[in-house]
Design a protein around this ligand. Structure first.
Ligand code: FAD
Ligand code: NAP
Length: 344
């Protein structure tokens, strides 16, 4: 039997700088992987030793408790390649590349389609996990395929869009088979023709305010960046993981009853159902800007929970429970958390 050697493996590492809430969480073992080979070795070692394995990208969509037993692997695979076929561009990007830098790079090359997804923190490899979305575009609309390592069999698998089972902030990798696959690279289907997506009022208003009637993809990119910078807390200043709850989707008759009781409720049609703005529900329960100890609800956007400094996962989950209980009591609506908690 060959012994697996991982000289870069570190012990008892504080992950405070590796999660955007800034929680102090100690990983029993930690490894940054820059090659497929060392990732395969790390997975084999964790499997052989029976260690729990946590894959980390930019740490912007998770909640870390104080102790993480087993092995935490940070994905740092890098590289991009492109295949052009007429107007269509297939861009393959390694999982460890930064998401926002990838969006900026694609625009710089004249490959369009990702501009509405500007300034989302994190890595390319994590983007399919919850089918990231913003300002009217979801990843699945620009997705071609991906390659992932199956931690159960050690095989490398190729996934088409259909095989990923994308949903609203969801995918096979987040729900049906959590933790089984490590995404190695993602191929995007982009376009050399500009087709701006202007479905969101806030985006249209921002462009209008700058006197832009026919926006280029770069105009859209810059407008999205401006809105986000004005509205969302910068994790380097205030710990947060973006939206803490998903917007709940309810049946049409349920929505009509809610609308009758609360005529100013904010909701959008979603197929036959309605998507309620969770931030509005939380705000109406009086939570916006309130704190519970070191954690709180962000003053400009009630969907974002923040760590004011020195908070822990337990503080945050107590706040999340209190917020959920208020919304359930007042509106009869269950809120579901968007980030995952580790250990579960
Ligand atoms: P991490 O937090 O490191 O990981 C998230 C999950 O993915 C974990 O379960 C992890 O185990 C898993 N994972 C990570 N990498 C891999 C991999 N290579 N293979 C397999 N599993 C992996 N999200 C949106 O959808 N839209 C937004 O507009 C948005 N805005 C945000 C704004 C702010 C200020 C913040 C802090 C967050 C926001 N988010 C948003 C959430 C978050 O940025 C995204 O979900 C992002 O894709 C997470 O990337 P990450 O690399 O930080 O993932
Ligand atoms: P917002 O503009 O205040 O709108 C509130 C909610 O209404 C959004 O969550 C959005 O749903 C929905 N909405 C607005 N216009 C819509 C339309 N024309 N059609 C369908 N739904 C519409 O939202 P915000 O908080 O500032 O966020 C702006 C965008 O960035 C949103 O797309 C949001 O998802 C994304 N964002 C996501 C995160 C995250 O962590 N997941 C964090 C920050 C921002 P959707 O959320 O379904 O788009």
């Amino acid at each position: 039997m060959t012994t697996i050697q991982l000289p870069q493996l570190q012990r008892d590492v504080d992950l405070r700088a590796f999660n955007t809430f800034g929680f102090s969480a100690r990983a029993e073992r930690f490894l940054r992987v820059e090659s497929l080979e060392s990732l395969q070795q790390a997975v084999a070692l964790a499997r052989g030793q029976g260690w729990p394995l946590l894959v980390l990208g930019g740490g912007s969509n998770l909640v870390l408790r104080e102790r993480l037993p087993g092995l935490v692997v940070q994905i740092a695979l890098k590289g991009r390649s492109v295949h052009i076929d007429g107007e269509t561009v297939l861009a393959t990007v390694a999982a460890g590349e930064n998401w926002h830098e990838t969006v900026a790079w694609s625009l710089g090359q004249g490959y369009y389609g990702l501009e509405n997804l500007a300034l989302i923190p994190g890595t390319v490899g994590a983007a399919p996990m919850q089918n990231i979305g913003a300002y009217g575009v979801e990843l699945e609309e620009r997705f071609h395929s991906l390659k992932a390592l199956d931690t159960e069999t050690g095989a490398i698998r190729h996934f088409t869009r259909e095989a990923c089972a994308f949903g609203y902030r969801d995918s096979l990798f987040k729900s049906a088979q959590p933790g089984r696959y490590i995404i190695l690279e993602v191929t995007f289907a982009l376009s050399r023709a500009a087709l701006p997506v202007l479905r969101y009022r806030a985006l249209v208003d921002e462009l209008e305010q700058h006197g832009i009637a026919s926006p280029t993809p770069l105009d859209v990119f810059e407008a999205v960046c401006r809105i986000r910078r004005s509205k969302l807390p910068d994790p380097s200043e205030v710990g947060n993981a973006g939206s803490f709850f998903k917007n709940p989707v309810v049946a049409a008759d349920r929505y009509r009853a809610l609308h009758e009781a609360f005529p100013d409720i904010v909701a959008y049609p979603a197929g036959d159902a309605y998507k309620l703005a969770a931030g509005w529900l939380i705000d109406r329960c009086g939570w916006k800007g309130r704190s519970l100890g070191p954690v709180g609800v962000y003053r400009n956007q009630a969907l974002v929970l923040v760590n004011g400094g020195g908070g822990t996962a337990s503080d945050l989950l107590a706040l999340a429970d209190a917020v959920r209980a208020s919304v359930l009591e007042r509106f009869g609506v269950e809120l579901e958390m968007e980030p995952r908690i580790y250990p579960a």
